[in-house]
Design a binder for this molecule. Structure first.
Ligand code: IVH
Length: 688
């Protein structure tokens, strides 16, 4: 766990005044639209520096100083809060947490025996006012005493229902955020609309919550962390909310149909001692990277109303709660270079090369830069200090240059004039530039992908062999492989009789691969292995896939309104290739597929893994030894189950081989059934 980061040293009144201004500007940007001019660590260091200077020079404190103010002094909104929306004090590391607990217990004059330990959700605080059980108004935190009315967002926030189970009048407090998939979806929508992208889920949520007249709607998520009644309310519910332990209040909130962290793996628990609190803190910190939403710490609260009442509040924060901060997921580092790569589908993508920086437990050296227009809009330059963001499974991204850190030595980023791979022209008519040769530009990469183990699985076609075939003009795409004659293959350098026959046999076998693999081999943009399986299982045959319009494609789980038209357009572009495959006799159906509603559709419920969510970890052995992860996933799905990559409360079964690590530990702590590869082979039996 981390220790307190050092504070910025402020030498004189000028440095102090500058620091105050910088902190105010930064807080204003953060609370306005979630953007950063300072990363979290740098902001914390700055504020600690300001505090230290003020402690030494109490007469010189500027009235505008952010210390002791909610939201760092940034003022937004004009709807008064019934009860102030406060901030939380922070601790960094186990030692400081223990000190805080000790000082609170001294203040109370007794040990605290019930602590509520919850994730600190990294979004925007909001209060949801329900009247008679109906959601009447949404207000942001603002400066803590008044916030902005964002009621227009009602209906777009998952987890915040328009009606509660009971017709009660209550205020629910919690955090509005974007999950990783909502964030990707929102970025795609914005990209399609104006070619820009959101910097990170937090600023995407902030912008989306405020946006009133966007032509597209992005979904948000709410997690509640508190409920309160008006201080003058003396109804039975009001009294109950005031007098019950926090954990019971949250159970009541969940019972009203509102989402709370209880539905996640890091939901609130009640701990009876500091040791138990620490244990839960460690568990939540370990889960962080796998969560579908961002957390920036853990909140520890006195669970009992009597403890809370006695501890009271400071001007800024409750004394009965503390935020245990986790390392930042956003840091400032240097943009060293920009690399340009042409991908398998011909898309030319820039990639940032960074001065290595540690983020969320891993060292980040490369990050996504979306496209040329994005680089130009952000005004990025080589040598710039840039904000880099990474949280959970989101790929690291470069947000924006920190302009006030420029030295004057920054250089413009050279934009390629020709395709970096083949030197041919660039089609710049779309935001995402593409080589005019499309897939043909990187034929080696796209053919290599198609023949790979998890696609057509054609042995004997290493990259140099594909290159030979391309150079000899025998193939231009992977469909041409199926038309090669024995003589043509034998005519290649270093190709003997045996290898030729082996290759021909492998090609013949490949023709019988299931549709899911053939479809995957096409390399349709936005579809990987598991998506290809879902598409194949949904439609059953290539004809049906090709006949589907965007709306029909969207019926496949995981394909949204942005991706669907791309899939349709890609299939049009790939029409000749698909026709060639069909003519060569390549299989275009998914074995075992039954049309939805067909009487034999009941067969699925009799499969051994029907309705189960299964995760595989560690090395497979016995009958499963030779299977790749993809092949294991295929097997799970053939057996009626759903293959997943991470263990959660929803997991039904973990197949754990040798050297299984954190997934096994997690499954054990969640009480998920664990089997070894041998047992699993027995379960799926004849489907193997
Ligand atoms: S309780 C009286 N619980 O963190 C304030 N806050 O940095 C009680 N936050 O303003 C807040 N997750 O917006 C609480 N589980 C959680 C939270 C949480 C995130 C936010 C909240 C608060 C901010 C303080």
């Amino acid at each position: 766990m981390t220790d307190a980061p050092p504070s910025t040293l402020l030498a004189d009144q000028t440095a102090y005044a500058e620091a105050v201004q910088l902190a105010l500007d930064s807080a204003a940007a953060y609370y306005r639209d979630g953007t950063s001019t300072l990363d979290d660590d740098a902001y914390d260091r700055l504020v600690r520096g300001i505090q230290a200077y003020e402690a030494e020079h109490p007469d010189a404190v500027l009235p505008s100083s952010p210390t002791g103010k909610v939201a760092g002094g940034a003022v937004v909104g004009d709807v008064p809060h019934t009860v102030p929306m406060l901030s939380l004090d922070n601790v960094f590391g186990a030692e400081q947490l223990a000190e805080w607990v000790a000082s609170l217990e001294r203040r109370l004059g007794r040990p605290v025996t019930a602590w509520s330990v919850e994730p600190k959700l990294d979004g925007l605080a909001i209060t949801a006012r329900y009247r008679g059980g109906r959601l009447a108004q949404l207000v942001t935190r603002g400066d803590g005493t008044a916030g902005e009315d964002v009621s227009h967002a009602i209906g777009t926030i998952v987890g915040l229902p328009a009606r509660l189970a009971d017709p009660v009048t209550v205020e629910l407090r919690g955090e509005v955020m974007m999950t990783a998939s909502q964030f990707e979806e929102a970025c795609a929508k914005r990209q399609a609309h104006d070619g820009t992208s959101f910097a990170n889920p937090r600023s995407a949520a902030a912008g989306t919550l405020r946006a009133q007249d966007r032509p597209y709607v992005c979904e948000l998520t709410f997690f509640g962390y508190g409920a309160l009644s008006h201080p003058d309310d003396s109804s039975e519910l009001a009294v109950r909310l005031r007098e019950s332990p926090h954990s019971e209040v949250m159970a009541w909130v969940a019972g009203q149909g509102v989402q709370t962290p209880a539905v996640t793996d890091v939901g609130g628990v009640v701990a009876a001692s500091l040791e138990q609190v620490q244990e839960r803190v460690e568990q939540i910190a370990a889960e962080r990277a796998e969560l579908a939403f961002g957390i920036d710490g853990i909140v520890i609260k006195c669970d009992l109303a009597a403890d809370q009442a006695q501890a009271g509040f400071s001007s800024r924060a409750p004394r009965w709660a503390i935020a245990y901060k986790l390392p930042a997921t956003e840091k400032i580092t240097k943009l060293v270079a920009v690399e340009w790569n042409t991908g398998r589908t011909g898309i030319i993508a820039p990639r940032a090369v960074l001065e290595p920086v540690e983020l969320d437990g891993s060292v980040v050296t490369f990050a996504t830069l979306h496209n040329v227009a994005d680089i130009q809009r952000r005004g990025l330059m080589l040598g710039d200090s840039v904000v880099v963001y990474k949280a959970g499974d989101v790929i690291p991204r470069v947000e924006a240059p920190v302009v006030h850190l420029r030295t004057g030595d920054e250089q413009p980023i050279a934009i390629p004039q020709v395709c970096p791979s083949c030197g041919d022209a660039i089609d710049a008519s779309q935001e995402r530039w593409r080589c005019v040769r499309g897939r043909a530009c990187r034929a080696i990469a796209s053919i290599g992908y198609a023949v790979g183990r998890d696609q057509l699985d054609i042995e004997g076609l290493a990259e140099n062999r594909i290159l030979q075939l391309l150079d000899a003009g025998l193939i231009v795409d992977f469909a041409d492989l199926f038309y090669l004659t024995r003589e043509q293959i034998l005519g290649l350098d270093r190709m003997g009789e045996v290898s030729t026959d082996n290759l021909l046999a492998a090609l013949d076998r490949a023709k019988g691969q299931p549709l899911s693999r053939v479809f995957c081999a096409l390399g349709v943009r936005g579809t990987g292995r598991s998506m290809s399986r879902r598409i194949a299982r949904h439609f059953g045959g290539m004809d049906a896939i090709r006949a589907a319009d965007a709306e029909a494609i969207q019926a496949v789980e995981g394909i949204g309104p942005e991706k669907a038209p791309v899939v349709v357009a890609e299939l049009v572009e790939l029409a000749d290739l698909i026709d060639k495959l069909i003519k060569a006799g390549v299989n275009m159906t998914e074995p075992g597929w039954v049309a939805p509603g067909d009487p034999s559709d009941t067969a699925n419920s009799e499969l051994p893994l029907a309705g189960m969510s299964v995760v595989v970890t560690g090395a497979m052995s016995g009958a499963l030894e030779a299977l790749s992860r993809n092949e294991m996933n295929e097997l799970i799905e053939r057996a009626g189950g759903k293959a997943s990559s991470s263990v959660s409360a929803k997991t039904s079964l973990l197949v754990a081989g040798e050297k299984a690590g954190s997934k096994r530990a997690k499954a054990e702590s969640l009480g998920v059934r664990i089997v070894d590869p041998e047992e699993f082979a027995g379960l799926v039996g004849s489907l193997l």
